[in-house]
Design a protein around this ligand. Structure first.
Ligand SMILES: Cc1cc2nc3c(=O)[nH]c(=O)nc-3n(C[C@H](O)[C@H](O)[C@H](O)COP(=O)(O)OP(=O)(O)OC[C@H]3O[C@@H](n4cnc5c(N)ncnc54)[C@H](O)[C@@H]3O)c2cc1C
Length: 403
């Protein structure tokens, strides 16, 4: 048997971006924490590639801004196009934030920054432990797991348990919380690949709408581009799309560029939109993908998880100090945020997937007209950047030399 001999304040299950932020923030607030993950090593896939302003603000508040700005590339606007024709440009520089941009930074880099901060604080992720049982003994939770390499049992006790263990959360299952929602009909594909010529200026992300599907392209710090797209219908989607498949997809959607090399990473995936019916059961709390998943439109998954985790740490610290409403308040505020994100991403996905010619003409005209209105443009950019749902009080102090 191995694990922690004396109880801690909080056990965080899952060391993805949500779990790492929760653990770090809880430590900032003076609580004792253990963070445990089933994976024996950090994930190497780039996954979430866009960090929005609200997340940059949170990680700046936690003292990580220099590393982020050094490793990420700044995206200053999102453009919308129908085939080769630009419909609208939505600039982030209209944001009321010291960081009026999004950062192109792969999720594994973000996790590396968070993990190294954890190590600087004298804490490490306990890796290779699959948590399988959570029991309540008196006022403490006993969390039990198995070491994946040796099958040796592991256990530890805490006053609170944070389930940051992703979409198929064991913690959520143990808490008996249903995960309501539905899946989209489409297959999606993702590829990190070098494109030439670049289909848009280096500081823009582009969403191309076409009757053949939706394609989002942004620049990564490696110089490669991230492509996320709905897969063509009527043919089988390959598990790992190759150059020929991607070149064909770009050509049929009117995007005038070609791959230069084999993708560094490519994948096929299906998505759903789901929200946990409760974000808490007693002192077991959910955050990140364990609490909600949605369409990749506008890159909200990791960003929303980090905001949950930051808010959750504050509320657990308040509850520990005797505030009996704090955890209900967490659930109320972040359920509302998750519902807003699901509604936003669902709306974008459905608008983008319109196929008939009259509906597309109507949609394109509406996009052109609406995005010319400064008030609507600002509301859109606040929503996409997450500032509308941010747990940080405003105004955020300015940052020198950041533009
Ligand atoms: C292909 C792909 C592309 C994506 N692209 C984007 C994007 O462009 N933008 C965006 O914002 N989001 C994107 N996402 C979503 C984003 O990656 C997730 O929203 C994000 O990882 C959620 O973070 P998390 O910490 O909540 O959960 P996760 O990152 O899933 O981390 C959960 C952790 O819990 C651990 N774990 C699970 N079960 C147990 C257990 N029983 N015991 C111990 N540990 C356990 C896992 O090993 C894992 O490390 C993408 C996801 C995928 C798969």
């Amino acid at each position: 048997m191995s694990g922690a001999s004396s109880p801690v304040d909080v056990i965080v299950v899952g060391a993805g971006p949500s779990g790492l932020v929760a653990a770090l923030r809880l430590m900032d607030l003076g609580l004792t924490v253990l963070i445990v993950d089933a994976a024996t090593a950090p994930a190497q896939e780039s996954r979430a590639a866009l960090m929005h302003a609200a997340t940059i603000e949170i990680l700046a508040e936690m003292g990580m801004i220099e590393e982020l700005l050094e490793r990420g590339v700044r995206t200053r606007a999102v453009t919308l196009a129908d085939g080769g024709r630009r419909l609208a440009r939505v600039p982030f520089d209209e944001l009321d934030s010291p960081y009026p941009f999004a950062l192109g930074i792969p999720q594994n880099e973000t996790e590396a920054i968070l993990s190294s901060r954890l190590e600087q604080r004298g804490q490490r992720v306990i890796r290779g432990v699959h948590v399988h049982t959570i029991g309540l003994i008196g006022e403490a939770y006993r969390v039990k797991g198995t070491r994946v390499h040796s099958d040796e049992p592991w256990e530890a006790s805490a006053a609170y348990v944070v389930g940051a263990d992703g979409k198929n959360s064991t913690v959520r299952e143990h808490a008996g919380i249903p995960y309501d929602g539905a899946s989209y009909d489409e297959d999606f594909i993702l590829a990190d690949v070098e494109l030439a010529p670049s289909p848009m200026p280096a500081d823009e992300a582009r969403i191309t709408l076409s009757p053949h599907g939706v394609t989002v392209i942004g620049l990564l710090p490696s110089g490669r581009h991230r492509i996320v797209a709905t897969a063509p219908r009527g043919r089988e989607t390959p598990r790992e799309p190759d150059r020929a498949y991607l070149d064909d997809l770009l050509r049929t959607r009117g995007i005038t560029t070609n791959t230069r090399d084999a993708p560094a990473w490519s994948a096929r995936f299906r998505i759903s939109h789901q929200i946990a019916r409760r974000f808490r059961a007693g002192n077991i709390l959910l955050c990140g993908d364990a609490a909600h998943v949605h369409s990749p439109a506008a890159g909200q998954g990791m960003n929303t998880g980090i905001a949950d985790a930051f808010e959750l740490a504050r509320r657990i610290a308040e509850a520990r100090a005797g505030d009996t409403d704090a955890l209900d308040e967490y659930e109320r505020v972040r359920t509302h945020a998750a519902e807003a994100v699901v509604a936003l991403t669902d709306r974008i996905t459905r608008i983008a997937l319109v196929r008939t010619r009259p509906a597309r003409l109507f949609r394109n005209t509406a996009i052109r007209l609406l995005t010319r209105q400064p008030g609507i443009r600002r509301a859109l950019v606040r929503s996409i950047s997450g500032i509308d749902r941010s747990p940080l009080p405003r105004p955020i102090p300015p940052m020198k030399d950041v533009r």
